[in-house]
Design a protein around this ligand. Structure first.
Ligand code: SIN
Ligand code: FE2
Length: 213
């Protein structure tokens, strides 16, 4: 089935020297990624984490792989254990690692092996405020971020919070990669507009692969 919500494959938009959008790069993986997300969240369900300041996050999250990103009153950190299940996070499905490795290589980062994958779920109206990914020990290895479902407007800024941001439209299957000198750029997601994606319905899913250690 052709997907009217998806961009054509093979196009690339450079955002900075070591940051780009790979349009449609995840489309060949989409079925496997969605099956993987369903299997993972059957074990480690989506949940709304509490920030150190006591707020409930709008984005619902889960993780897979050796390490998972968590937040609670004690702070933000990576944990090998899901605090809900008190078990290890579900392992990486093979398709996840294949996608992350291939997208990183396509963006100029050869040999990328992530050790964490945060799975974000956005309902319409949900946003993710401007932030840096700074809980990882490795501040150079790329972030590989795959979008599925409803479209989003990604904000991509500079190395300082106040730097100007560009608005990057993302659709089902797009992958954003940023690393090296651009690894610590601020980024965020504007509120998801109401809509219905033909495959995923009223939600956007995002996979963010990182190398933590
Ligand atoms: C993130 O920064 O963790 C997620 C970005 C996105 O959802 O596109
Ligand atoms: Fe992030």
């Amino acid at each position: 089935m052709s997907d009217l919500f998806a961009a054509p494959q093979g196009l690339r938009t450079d955002l900075a020297a070591q940051a780009c959008v790979l349009h449609g790069f995840a489309l060949p993986f989409a079925d496997a990624l969605l099956a993987g997300i369903a299997a993972i969240t059957a074990v480690s369900p989506f949940r709304h984490l509490i920030t150190p300041g006591g707020h409930t996050m709008q984005v619902a999250m889960s993780n897979c792989g050796p390490l998972g990103w968590v937040s609670d009153r004690r702070g933000y950190r990576y944990s090998a254990c899901d605090p809900l299940t008190e078990q290890a996070w579900p392992p990486f499905p093979e398709s996840f690692l294949t996608l992350a490795h291939a997208a990183a290589a396509e963006a100029g980062f050869d040999g990328h092996v992530p050790d964490a994958c945060l799975i974000n779920r956005y309902a319409p109206g949900t946003r993710l405020s401007l932030h840096q990914d700074r809980d990882e020990d490795d501040r150079v290895a790329p972030i590989v971020s795959a979008s599925l479902g409803l479209p989003a407007t990604f904000l991509f800024g500079g190395l300082a919070r106040g730097d100007k941001t560009v608005r990057v439209p993302l659709v089902h299957g797009d992958v954003v990669v940023w690393g090296g000198a651009d690894r610590m750029r601020f980024h965020g997601v504007l509120p998801i507009r109401p809509g219905r994606h033909p495959v995923l319905g009223e939600q956007r899913l995002n996979l963010t692969f990182r190398k933590v250690r």
